[in-house]
Design a protein around this ligand. Structure first.
Ligand code: ADP
Ligand code: MG
Length: 228
């Protein structure tokens, strides 16, 4: 499944002024690669990744998922893509404070009829894969920031999406926890998922197959590893 932007432009209106945040951005993302998106604050990184995650619309251009134009899809199709094909991870984790870790992980599965077998067992096995089996019954406030973000990653993984998109997932974490998160995301890209991560941290560079920079509304390839 490829994610392809063709001349996508996004403008916000602020105090009656048009602010062009993305200016005819074109790029095709592929599965099995780790993409880092960098650039100055306010440069449009969150805007771009939200458009890719179908969380934000845009005015001009096309966004094709596996060749299909998202602007021609209905809400049901879009909801299905968001739930089953694209996992999203946010800087602030956005866990439900009233649900235990494993229950948070189960949330996206609830309406997924394709999952066979016991959903709780599956949630526990995914928590295990992020090293948190022993925290399964804890509430978010009983977990460290790094642990909460690992729960959020487990939740994003639970429907086995083709892509995981993350907007500054380590923005609130120290370097040790950042490394754990980046390594987990790298492992997922090695397993064939497309990983797209917005980050301020230079420490993301060694993990990235492709580094993309957004500046003045333009997206450019800063660096791409050979043979990737
Ligand atoms: N909902 C919105 N309404 C108006 N302006 C917005 C909105 N969201 C973002 N912007 C503006 O778009 C620009 C890019 O924002 P953003 O994509 O969040 O940048 P980044 O994530 O790179 O810091 C900023 O100038 C920001 O103020
Ligand atoms: Mg941002």
């Amino acid at each position: 499944m490829s994610l392809k932007l063709e001349n996508v432009s996004k403008t916000f209106v602020k105090k009656k002024e048009n602010i062009v945040v993305l200016d005819k951005v074109s790029y095709e993302f592929e599965p099995g690669k780790f993409y880092a998106i960098i650039g100055h604050s306010g440069g449009g990184k969150s805007t771009l990744i939200k458009i890719l995650g179908l969380l934000l619309d845009f005015q001009e251009g096309k966004y094709l998922i596996d060749g299909r134009d998202v602007q021609e899809m209905n809400e049901t199709e879009l909801a299905l893509l968001r739930r089953e094909k694209i996992g999203f991870v946010f800087q602030d984790y956005f866990l439900d404070p009233y649900l235990k870790a494993y229950e948070n992980v189960m949330v996206p599965m609830v309406v997924n009829r394709k999952i066979q077998g016991d959903k709780k067992e599956l949630a526990l096995s995914i928590l295990d894969s992020v090293g948190l089996l022993n925290r399964a019954n804890h509430f978010p406030k009983e977990l460290s920031g790094g642990e909460q973000q690992r729960v959020a990653i487990a939740r994003a993984m639970v429907n086995d999406p083709k892509y995981i998109l993350a907007d500054e997932p380590t923005g609130n974490l120290d370097r040790k926890n950042e490394k754990i998160i980046f390594e987990k995301l790298k492992e997922l890209s090695n397993q064939g998922k497309g990983i797209i991560v917005v980050s301020h941290s230079m420490d993301i560079f060694p993990y990235a197959d492709v580094v993309l920079r957004i500046e003045d509304g333009l997206l450019e390839v800063e660096n791409a590893k050979v043979n990737s």
